[in-house]
Design a protein around this ligand. Sequence first.
Ligand SMILES: Nc1ncnc2c1ncn2[C@@H]1O[C@H](COP(=O)(O)OP(=O)(O)O)[C@@H](O)[C@H]1O
Ligand SMILES: [Mg+2]
Length: 243
Amino acid sequence: MDPLIEVRGLRFRYDDGTLALDGVDFQLFPGETVAVLGPNGSGKTTFVHHLNGLLAGEGFVSVCGLPAIKANLPAIRQKVGLVFQDSDEQLFMPTVIEDVAFGPLNRGLEASAAIEAAMRALRGVGLEALAGRAPYHLSAGEKKRVALAGILAMEPEILVLDEPTTFLDPPAQRDLAALLGRLPQAKLIVTHYAPFARALARRAVFFEKGRIVADGPVDEVVERFQWIPGTAPASATGTGSGE
Ligand SMILES: Nc1ncnc2c1ncn2[C@@H]1O[C@H](COP(=O)(O)OP(=O)(O)O)[C@@H](O)[C@H]1O
Ligand SMILES: [Mg+2]
């Protein structure tokens, strides 16, 4: 089976000299949900920003068989829906419906078709009743689902979510996990939260210092790094055991 996403030897350095990705190899296959784990600053966000061309480093990235070169970026951005960690960076229109319809309109849909696509996406996340509200005033959980609806309205093949549970309380986290579990797309979910990763993904990758240092069943990866949210994994401090 051909991978939906293929990454080989990806390296990326920020302008200030920080080497954020130091040789990443990764494949995402159709139907998979993969959790992206790892401590703060290990390169997770930098990595996912390469998957729809927000960043471009050295190495090879392709999406649905399309190499991530400039000419392919519009097609790639349609295929990979990226939900940012901070919903406020994603929501900028005066009303929810305008926000969710923004992508379809931008893609060239007629206003009525764009509104229809937006309403369908809002129904999909259970928020059609909020269509006329201002995104700014919604709860964190509602904002996350509106941002997700804006992505779903573009009918992507792959969903990439960067720490989607940030700012969400436990009930909102559970609602989001249930919602994501029902979506048919292949998914890449960056998370700090092992139960959330376990609830959604069978496979996990673990980032450390800009590299993927483990790739396997989510339980094994979590276990191997004795990973507690917010702390460095044992292997990073040289006190890892059981290996
Ligand atoms: N805009 C930036 N400019 C310079 N360095 C950055 C920038 N964004 C992130 N970094 C650095 O790149 C590394 C990886 O960061 P990031 O991808 O945000 O990690 P994570 O998402 O795993 O917390 C860190 O050392 C971080 O400080
Ligand atoms: Mg991050």
